[in-house]
Ligand binder design. Structure first.
Ligand code: SF4
Length: 370
């Protein structure tokens, strides 16, 4: 079956998003059933392997060093710590582990070598391994692929236009470049975004155009609802309505029929009924664990009770694509080249990001003077 369209327009996607809800749900559920088992949902676990201290200024993120939120930063986790957490995740039903590091980009060296070892270790546990490490070059993506990486996450976050309202330290084209570098390998692409940052429906559609017109489309698209964290520039944003989340999931499902649509951050604010409607509309993955990187997430036991009540099964690993082979470090075909990914360094500033930075700087100074 190959009825995937890569020529979606923003107007078409806005029209889908704004359909009467029952019609939208029916269409999305129909597409979902043609391409996926509607009673199977993948459980993934997100591990923050290196938290905080990030040099970027993403307005939603408590890990950006400049906002001085009360996130406790840590150094890169050890391979054995990661292995222990992956085993725990596997025993509670996860088939995928996503490792996130608060880096602008991957740098060749001992820390990246350690991440490659983590990838080898988890792939050998027969779990899908995903990494989100910031920008990567093609060579770094190849090294990850060789270690047995199944997916690389690099979110577009929003439309190209609204991206400039949230992040000033890198450009949209930098994101696309990393996605392109990953595409040159056998690693699958995971890329999605966040709703509730003050963007319009047009911006949500703009992001879906950017993703759906990629050829091939990303194998995985996480849809996050903003979790507004004190101290970040977006701290005062109101939580999104569940209806917006349902519409976003349904629209994503219609324009990217084969993609794994992931119901990601923001589930603590959603009722079981709301989540059930998201699954009906085409979401087929959740993240388990009491934290999503640094923000709260429902308890895994509660999720398992919800699965039982809804008659949902957990998806086995490598259902959509075969398991990659792991090549050991000593047999690697690729050398560390010490390259840096291309990075456009945009020159715009975002007023609210600057204000948040100054506000938190003043608060830190006041505390140290006491
Ligand atoms: S979202 Fe990622 S890149 Fe942006 S500040 Fe947070 S950790 Fe850094």
């Amino acid at each position: 079956m190959n009825n995937i369209r890569h020529n979606w327009t923003k107007e078409e996607i806005i029209a889908i998003y704004n359909k009467p809800l029952m019609e939208l749900l029916y269409e999305a559920a129909t597409v979902h059933r043609l391409h996926h088992d509607p009673n199977t949902v993948q459980v993934s676990t997100l591990l923050s392997i290196k938290t905080g201290g990030c040099p970027e200024d993403c307005g939603y993120c408590p890990q950006a060093a400049r906002y001085h939120t009360d996130i406790e930063g840590n150094d890169l986790m050890s391979v054995s710590q990661v292995k222990a957490q992956a085993l725990r995740a596997k025993s509670s039903g996860s088939s995928r582990v996503c490792m996130g590091a608060a880096w602008r980009n991957v740098k060749d060296g001992p820390e990246f070598d350690q991440v490659l070892e983590m990838v080898r270790t988890i792939n050998k546990l027969d779990m899908e391994v995903c990494c989100t490490l910031g920008m990567v070059t093609e060579n770094q993506a190849q090294r990850l692929a060789e270690a047995g990486l199944y997916a690389y996450n690099h979110n577009l976050d929003s439309s190209e236009e609204y991206y400039k309202e949230v992040i000033s330290t890198r450009g949209y084209e930098d994101r696309l470049e990393t996605i392109d570098n990953v595409r040159k390998t056998n690693v699958t692409v995971c890329s999605g975004g966040i709703i509730g940052m003050g963007e319009s429906v047009g911006d949500r559609a703009g992001m879906l155009v950017a993703l759906a017109t990629l050829n091939p489309q990303p194998e995985s698209v996480p849809i996050n609802a903003l979790v507004a964290v004190d101290g970040t520039p977006l701290e005062d944003e109101k939580p999104v309505e569940i209806w917006e989340m349902i519409r976003m999931v349904a629209t994503t499902r219609i324009v990217m029929p084969e993609t794994q649509v992931r119901l990601s951050a923001g589930r603590t604010n959603m009722s079981r009924e709301g989540q059930a409607m998201c699954f009906f509309a085409g979401a087929n993955s959740i993240f388990a664990g009491d934290k999503l990187l640094t923000t709260p997430n429902p308890d895994v036991n509660e999720d398992m009770k919800m699965f039982e009540m809804l008659g949902l099964n957990t998806q086995k690993p490598f259902t959509k694509k075969t398991q990659p082979q792991t090549v050991e470090a000593e047999n690697s075909e690729y050398q560390a080249l010490g390259e840096k990914p291309k990075w456009s360094r945009p020159d715009h500033t975002i007023e609210r990001n600057e204000e948040a930075k100054e506000k938190m700087k003043a608060a830190v100074l006041e505390k140290s003077n006491k």
